[in-house]
Design a binder for this molecule. Structure first.
Ligand code: ARG
Length: 571
């Protein structure tokens, strides 16, 4: 069992033994060294409920708790906190177990079918920075879910349907006739702009575009083939970005909006059969009592427009129904911009009402804030255009290449390119993942690429420093026992032993910044340890300390891999 549940369980038993069976133990990592390693904060609440003196109750809890071989000391602090210091031998055994286990001592959680929906770009245009956060965060969450033992389904809910595609097909036909379609398609952004220009200026073109939409949705084979050609081209642009980013998404994960097209009339029928649908000004809507509009009346959730067209929401209902009934998912994580929060609240509420998602299936909107420029406004180019994602990533690599070349001019170019890819892309990802995802954040090249502070380059570099120890040592005894005596050894072993708690928490609450903070803490504890406790002395390596170094390296590599960030053996 990992540390937090272990301590929580033992204190829960102790609280029950002293007459407070309902009290919550509230065990936390201690904020400061003088508070010990952990703190139990549940006594005050229990004392209040029992109308007893908290310090006296704390004394009784200490007498009752079974932490033999786990804690070295338990002390009462302040009004009734219990400061816990873990036993050196206990931590040493934890380190040994984690080293022997191959999964670093992180237990698998009960298996569930978990979906992570992420990236979900609109294929009409090229990927831009607005798609970065979903792609990065979603990929990290999918990796974490797999690591803790879930069956993971990745879904890329691409926008590949709707009226825009009529316009794009019309332009595709035109450029193919004129023989420059392939060239035009290399720049999707430009392709879209030109198609839009034609649509706005030429009434005949606009009519053709509208006609294509009708034919497309009606299943016309020829128009569908053209549409497919456009969609495939656009997806191959996404692939280039995914490959550069090193995210796990591939074509098999794409299930776009078009996939649910045939289900949409069925959704309307099912909602009608359940008496949920009302006609409002010609449109089919559901009134949801849980949500009020400005007038304080139930908000209308539109399912089908007056002209028979369906909406974003209708497709999402189709997707939930499919995900639950056909994919058999237990938990669905939607990694989508926070600005869609209301849409998801209403969607989930309606999906429950309509029985598309029974209560046992978790539906979670994993919301994130906006990526801002230095000016505090949504990130744009100097001229105010949206930034193409591929160009942003290329710039990250270029900047990292310049930094690496400056630090290590003697390395050959291919090696410097490889380092630049890991550092540049790692920096962009880490800058994003290390912020609380629900807030907006400012994108800044200099801070994310700094070799100091809570950044990817710092952690990647710290990792290579640990690995360099092993290059000096050569062969060493991987089964050597671990002994912990020095405070810096204790502090490092404690950090390493916390990995399972941190990863389990991340699997539950989908907040990667806690894992980032943890890895930074590991790197910091390692530097203190390395300064205070010689690993190699007079040409002789300390086997126990080497074990701590090994677990540090493996913990950092695993943690960064869960975030989708590469490590290098040297840089
Ligand atoms: N394609 C949408 C957009 O770019 C995001 C889709 C989010 N996922 C969903 N199931 N609605 O805004």
């Amino acid at each position: 069992m990992s540390l937090l549940p272990l301590l929580t369980q033992r204190f829960a038993a102790a609280l029950a033994a002293v007459g407070a069976p309902d009290a919550q133990p509230l065990v936390q990592v201690a904020g400061r060294p003088e508070f010990g390693d952990y703190q139990m904060n549940g006594v005050m609440g229990a004392a209040k409920a029992l109308k007893r003196n908290p310090r006296e109750l704390a004394q009784q809890v200490i007498g009752a708790v079974d932490l033999a071989g786990v804690a070295a000391s338990l002390e009462i602090a302040g009004p009734g906190f219990i400061n816990i210091r873990l036993d050196d031998g206990f931590l040493a055994r934890r380190v040994e177990t984690a080293l022997a286990d191959g999964h670093l001592g992180v237990e698998r959680l009960p298996k569930q079918q978990v979906m992570v929906e992420y990236s979900s770009v609109n294929l009409a245009k090229e990927m831009h920075v607005g798609h970065l956060r979903s792609t990065i965060i979603g990929d990290a969450l999918a990796r974490v879910q797999a690591f803790v033992g879930m069956d993971v389904t990745r879904q890329n809910h691409v926008g590949d349907w709707g009226t825009q595609f009529g316009m794009l097909v019309a332009y595709l036909v035109e450029t193919q006739r004129e023989g420059h379609a392939d060239l035009e398609l290399t720049d999707l952004e430009g392709f879209y702009r030109k198609a839009k220009g034609r649509f706005d200026e030429d009434a005949a073109f606009a009519d053709r575009a509208r006609d294509y939409v009708v034919k497309l949705q009606g299943g016309d084979a020829e128009v569908n083939a053209l549409w497919r050609q456009f969609v495939e081209t656009s997806l191959s642009h996404c692939d280039a970005v995914y490959r550069k980013l090193g995210v796990l998404l591939d074509h098999g994960d794409v299930r776009g909006e078009s996939f649910y097209n045939a289900d949409l009339p069925v959704i309307v029928d099912e909602l009608r059969a359940q008496g949920l649908l009302t006609e409002d000004q010609g449109a089919q809507v559901v009134f949801l009592d849980e949500f009020k509009n400005k007038e304080g009346e139930p908000a209308a959730y539109i399912i089908q427009k007056k002209d028979g067209g369906y909406l974003y929401a209708t497709t999402d209902l189709g997707a939930i129904r499919f995900r639950v009934r056909t994919l058999g998912l237990d938990r669905c994580l939607y990694v989508v911009d926070a600005r869609q929060a209301l849409h998801f609240q209403q969607l989930f509420t309606l999906a429950r009402k309509a029985g598309f998602a029974p209560a046992g299936v978790a539906l979670e909107h994993i919301a994130f804030g906006t990526m801002m420029g230095e000016d505090g406004k949504p990130f744009k180019t100097r001229s105010g255009d949206t930034v193409k994602l591929i160009e942003l990533l290329e710039e990250a690599e270029e900047r990292a290449f310049a930094l690496v070349s400056e630090k290590n001019p003697t390395l050959d170019e291919a090696t410097r390119r490889e380092i630049a890819n890991a550092v540049g892309i790692g920096a962009v990802k880490y800058a994003d993942l290390s912020k609380n995802r629900t807030s907006d954040y400012i994108f800044n090249w200099d801070t994310m690429l700094a070799f100091e502070g809570n950044t990817a380059p710092y952690l990647q570099y710290a990792y290579t420093r640990v690995k360099s120890i092993f290059r000096k040592v050569g062969e060493w005894d991987r089964s050597a026992p671990v002994t912990i005596a020095e405070p810096a050894e204790h502090a490092l072993a404690l950090e390493l032993a916390r990995l399972a708690d941190v990863v389990h928490q991340l699997a539950r609450d989908s907040q990667p910044h806690f894992l980032c903070a943890y890895l930074y803490g590991v790197a910091t504890a390692f530097s203190r340890f390395y300064e205070a406790c010689p690993v190699i002395q007079d040409g002789q390596a300390d086997a126990s300390r080497l074990q701590l170094c090994d677990l540090t390296a493996r913990t950092m590599a695993t943690g960064l891999d869960l975030l989708g960030i590469k490590v290098l053996e040297a840089m």
